[in-house]
Design a binder for this molecule. Structure first.
Ligand SMILES: CC(C)(COP(=O)(O)OP(=O)(O)OC[C@H]1O[C@@H](n2cnc3c(N)ncnc32)[C@H](O)[C@@H]1OP(=O)(O)O)[C@@H](O)C(=O)NCCC(=O)NCCS
Length: 99
């Protein structure tokens, strides 16, 4: 799976169509959160998508993961929808943005 790494975090993604990519995971070491590492990973990802002529990026995230939703909002993502029972014990929101 394509991966972008920083010393204390990483972001993985997959192409879903010729112009669309899904972030499959982004995680920063808990001791280093709130220091801009997630933003750096996202900036590098968006830059790579732009160069690859990808137009849409999106991510599924657990319904109650408010921290992640705020993070994506701050990175320019908006709510595209939600789906119950996406995960075994939780629903999901889908958030996306144009590159
Ligand atoms: C979500 C995650 C990757 C953010 O990484 P981070 O390095 O802490 O984020 P940053 O420090 O780069 O923050 C970027 C912006 O998002 C905001 N933000 C980040 N986490 C936030 C939180 N929990 N609540 C509110 N805002 C948050 C920051 O305030 C910052 O806003 P700014 O534009 O005002 O500067 C990290 O919290 C994490 O690993 N969470 C656990 C894994 C997870 O839930 N991943 C998402 C799976 S879908």
């Amino acid at each position: 799976m394509p991966t972008i790494t920083e010393p204390q975090g990483h972001l993985t993604w997959e192409m879903r169509d010729h112009d669309t990519a899904e972030i499959t995971n982004i995680v920063v070491n808990p001791s280093y959160r709130g220091e801009g590492i997630g933003r750096r990973l996202m900036d590098r990802f968006i830059d790579e998508m732009s160069k690859a002529r990808v137009y849409y990026v999106y991510v599924f995230s657990e319904l109650d993961n408010q921290g992640a939703h705020k993070f994506y909002e701050r990175c320019g993502f908006t709510l595209w929808g939600s789906t119950p029972d996406f995960y075994k014990h939780n629903g999901a929101v889908i958030m996306g943005r144009l590159v």
